[in-house]
Design a protein around this ligand. Structure first.
Ligand SMILES: NC(=O)c1ccc[n+]([C@@H]2O[C@H](COP(=O)([O-])OP(=O)(O)OC[C@H]3O[C@@H](n4cnc5c(N)ncnc54)[C@H](O)[C@@H]3O)[C@@H](O)[C@H]2O)c1
Length: 278
């Protein structure tokens, strides 16, 4: 059991589904695993009343530096990463809960540079990705040749920026919504393809342009999301995984992903100035 003096101080940015889950877990289990809450921020801080101790509520996000955080966790919106990610990483390790934003090449480069210069780690949670560390190892050894990810969900679980799915009807079955590079997919479905973005980080040599993805609407998937990963390596090496992620109708995030986020946070103890899949 970690002692209080060795606790990592965690700042949580965003108090939606994931933010609330993480705050509750840190309050309940943090002392046992060496995590302490440093602050919680939400754009509407009234939402935190009665749920977060008053002294931990951060009203002005730019004053996060007063809270001496070891790690800041964004579970909010890609825009917040655009606006504050570099500032966060200049002071603390930073776990980006909305990694689809890393498809923005310029921001991606800025964050990598900031991590390097400041010796802070940019953490990318695996989310619903199975085998992320294996993909990363294959990538690092130079043997990864291709990576494809298909995410299939009930249409009520998609949040798309366009209106490609505005006309769905119950019972219509399966419909491929988009197939292409993860770089092109991220702006179309930023809330649905964070897992693909994590894969693109693991497969750094292929990157967001090289990793291929597909999103599929399927009215038969009323109880779970499907995440299929196909990895191709040298000399005919291949792996195909199919993950069933239990999820209710309308849920953007599968229920197992909450626990996955918690496990990712437990890894964030500092891995030097680089990007690290956790
Ligand atoms: N990495 C993964 O596998 C994974 C899994 C699920 C969700 N996510 C991402 O994590 C983030 C949070 O997910 P969630 O399920 O908790 O979402 P949510 O919608 O339940 O909560 C989002 C919170 O952020 C706030 N917010 C929204 N837009 C904002 C903006 N522009 N500026 C400031 N605050 C804003 C909302 O008020 C809310 O409190 C999302 O970006 C989502 O795409 C990632």
């Amino acid at each position: 059991m970690a002692t209080k003096s060795s606790s990592l101080r965690v700042g949580i940015v965003g108090f939606g589904h994931l933010g609330q889950y993480l705050v509750e877990r840190i309050i309940k289990d943090g002392a046992d695993v060496g995590l302490t809450l440093a602050f919680v921020w939400n754009r509407n801080w009234e939402k935190l009343k009665g749920l977060v101790p008053e002294e931990l509520v951060l009203r002005n996000l730019s004053s996060f530096t007063d809270r001496n955080c070891d790690i800041i966790v964004e579970v909010c919106h890609p825009q917040v990463v655009q606006e504050c990610g570099v500032h966060f990483l200049s002071h603390s390790h930073f776990m980006v809960g909305s990694p689809s934003v890393l498809a923005d090449h310029e921001l991606n480069e800025k964050l990598r540079q900031t991590a390097k210069v400041n010796g802070k780690t940019l953490y990318v949670p695996s989310g619903a990705l199975w085998g992320g560390q294996d993909i990363q190892r294959l990538n690092d050894s130079g043997a990864l040749q291709a990576l494809f990810i298909r995410m299939s969900k009930h249409p009520s679980c998609f949040r798309l920026t366009g209106d490609v799915l505005s006309d769905w009807t119950e019972g219509e079955g399966r419909r491929v919504l988009f197939r292409g590079s993860v770089a092109d997919l991220c702006p179309l479905a930023p809330n649905n393809v964070n897992t693909m973005a994590a894969a693109a980080v693991a497969a750094g040599k292929l990157g967001f342009n090289g990793v291929q993805g597909e999103i599929v609407s399927d009215t038969a998937l009323s109880d779970y999301h499907l995440v299929e990963v196909e990895v191709m390596g040298l000399n005919g090496f291949s792996v195909h995984t199919v993950r069933k992620n239990p999820a209710q109708l309308g849920a953007v995030t599968g229920s197992a992903t909450y626990n996955s986020f918690w496990n990712s946070l437990l890894v964030c103890k500092g891995h030097g100035g680089r990007v690290y899949l956790c």
